[in-house]
Ligand binder design. Sequence first.
Ligand SMILES: Cc1cc2nc3c(=O)[nH]c(=O)nc-3n(C[C@H](O)[C@H](O)[C@H](O)COP(=O)(O)OP(=O)(O)OC[C@H]3O[C@@H](n4cnc5c(N)ncnc54)[C@H](O)[C@@H]3O)c2cc1C
Length: 399
Amino acid sequence: MTVTAAPTFTALPSDFYGMEAALEDREKDVLMRLRSWIESDVKPIVNDHWARAEFFPMSVVKGLADLGLFGMPWEETRPFENSAVFRGWVALELGRVDASLATLVGMQNGLVMGAIGVGGSPEQRAEWLPKFATAEYLGAFGLTEPLSGSDSAQGLRTTATREGDTWTINGAKRWIGNGTVSTHTIIWAKDTADGQVKGFIVDTTDPGYRATKIENKQALRIVQNADIVLTDVRVAEKNRLQNANSFRETAAVLRLTRAEVAWAAVGNSIGAYEAAVKYGSERVQFGKTIDGHQLIQEHYAKMLGNITASIAMCARVSAMLDEGTQRDEHAALAKEFTTSRMRETVAWARESMGGNGIVLDNDVIRHFADAEAMFSYEGTREMNTLIVGRAITGKAAFV
Ligand SMILES: Cc1cc2nc3c(=O)[nH]c(=O)nc-3n(C[C@H](O)[C@H](O)[C@H](O)COP(=O)(O)OP(=O)(O)OC[C@H]3O[C@@H](n4cnc5c(N)ncnc54)[C@H](O)[C@@H]3O)c2cc1C
């Protein structure tokens, strides 16, 4: 971690309406530290790690912990009282440089610590949250299965059976981010006694836990997604999340993180947009830099329009979380809208750079490819659309 003093607040040029300036001074301070640290310690290594599909060095995970980015929402671990809007700007700042970095924080801070924050008893929160906050433990979140993706509310096949104070878990999980590098994975499984989905903190050194990296993935290549097989994994009752007794609690965790994915998607768009604008100011065709051509400027204006509308939407949906008025459909609309706008934006950024847009070193094709994964995880476009459709009409159209 090379950054010590917080640099003075400088507005992001891509924050066209200056919305970041409304944050508290302390929040701006953390964002500036984060921006400097990412520039010096993360940006120089991301293309190489992406090309080799290799996880971040542990110094990066530790750097995120040192900045206080894990455990931000929880009383037990937050470095200071902070808002969901601020946490959204953090996700944007991470995604602007690398979507895998934003995903890593979303996983540890959001899904894993969120599962413990929402589903854990006060004793479990006190025991586990600080260990994840300092990165002594690295987490993963195991919900999706080989045969159950969008329908995980009904379709989970992994089972948990209780005998005395010990549970035995059997089943399989797919796509689990950090699954091969985590020390602990939250496993969601159906209780064979009452059929309800429950959450378990599984130690990945258990002999029945086997994680295999999904190879040849062409998006979010730094994130280590795994297939996990669970064979008679033993979990003590004290490591079952005591307040997660149905899928309702699992959904509550996903609701917390969905809006942050929306913010990270805006960051991913901004990363591509900024690289394209820089390239356009240097590349000369027909006797002038290409940013002086009208059709290229049209790309820039459309990209900035998408980014600006998405920031405004994210800021409001996170303010609703702070106010306690955010519902599933609010977060779902933000995720659907911003990831759809991101897909357009990264494509225009790529197009405006011609052939050089597909070369990794020019910092756009990584954002372009990563957009595809962000589009599908934490609820596909179709699932989020159906959540919004249900809110509009009162009719569930999932099946
Ligand atoms: C990079 C990455 C990281 C991930 N990380 C994790 C993780 O850490 N933990 C975890 O648990 N999961 C993780 N996932 C899984 C992710 O949440 C699922 O991929 C997602 O829920 C979709 O499930 P699926 O891929 O099985 O697609 P499917 O559910 O098979 O869907 C395929 C297509 O059919 C559509 N579809 C399905 N049902 C309907 C319907 N009723 N109406 C209309 N369309 C429908 C979907 O929208 C989609 O377009 C990750 C996925 C990716 C790609």
